[in-house]
Design a protein around this ligand. Sequence first.
Ligand code: ADP
Length: 307
Amino acid sequence: MSSARALRGGPVAKRIRAEAAAGAATFEELAGARPALVTLQVGADPSASAYRDSIRRAVVAAGIRHQHLGLPVDASPADLLAAIEGLNQSAATHGVLVLMPLPPHLGVDLVLEQLSPLKDVDGITPTNAGRLYLGLPSLRPSTPQGGIELLDYYDVPIAGRRAVVIGRSPVVGRPLAMLLTQRDATVTLCHRTTPDLAEITRAADLVALAAGSPDLLTGEMIRPGAVVVDFGVTVVDAHLRGDADEESVAMVAGAYTPVPGGTGPVTTAVLARNTVAAAFASLLGSLDESDGLVGALPTAAGRAASG
Ligand code: ADP
């Protein structure tokens, strides 16, 4: 029998969406329009379309406008750049999220280099990534930021803990390692070529999974009482699977995030709040109060109102 606590994302997401909704209402009073998010998709990858639909639900629930812009799967690099530039220039668009994966002939670098950092609600541009690295206010990647807020919500301590992050992608693993480091965890960042993964995970108080590889982590690989945060999302036989073998992990862990229902709902809620932060950033013309932390919003609003 398992004694592990399931850390559900629902209540955390609800709280973050309420913060986003409060900020969206303030923005609307000030600017006369609601914050607006555009999702840009090239082609029709099913996982991208599913993500787009859950983004729409989360942002609309927070009083944010959602628009979708679809390009054909054979769109050229020039087409993609023109679409992004059009959104950069559009005063009615506050946030832009480019859905991944892009078709193989379009490199993600095109997006990173072109997108306005002020509209970059997933924190992927060099400006936001660099500001995160330096500890400056930035639009933070929503998945790792949501993971940190989920741990805080359930009072899981981070400072002083040995944390292992598996996966070094620029949107999840790497920024998560950075955020955990800023919160005084001691972080080991693992990836595909890490030897003896189990030896490393067994020493950890906190194991974060961001590899997209089902059953990567099993109960034998963790210390009794460890906390497992699973960001993995893979469709296996029409079911969503995380990176943990949930059954064996739940027998050993102290707490874990289930898939689905763990980190996922928090991600889209943070995206909604980032859209509101981006809307304020558009008034201020800077990222300096963009941390997505609602505490900063009234200040930003006040300053924009006073010129
Ligand atoms: P995401 O954006 O969801 O984090 P990516 O596919 O972009 O996913 O990146 C996957 C990351 O996970 C890479 O850093 C890769 O090295 C790591 N990874 C994938 N499979 C394994 C594995 N079996 N063991 C360790 N790391 C893995």
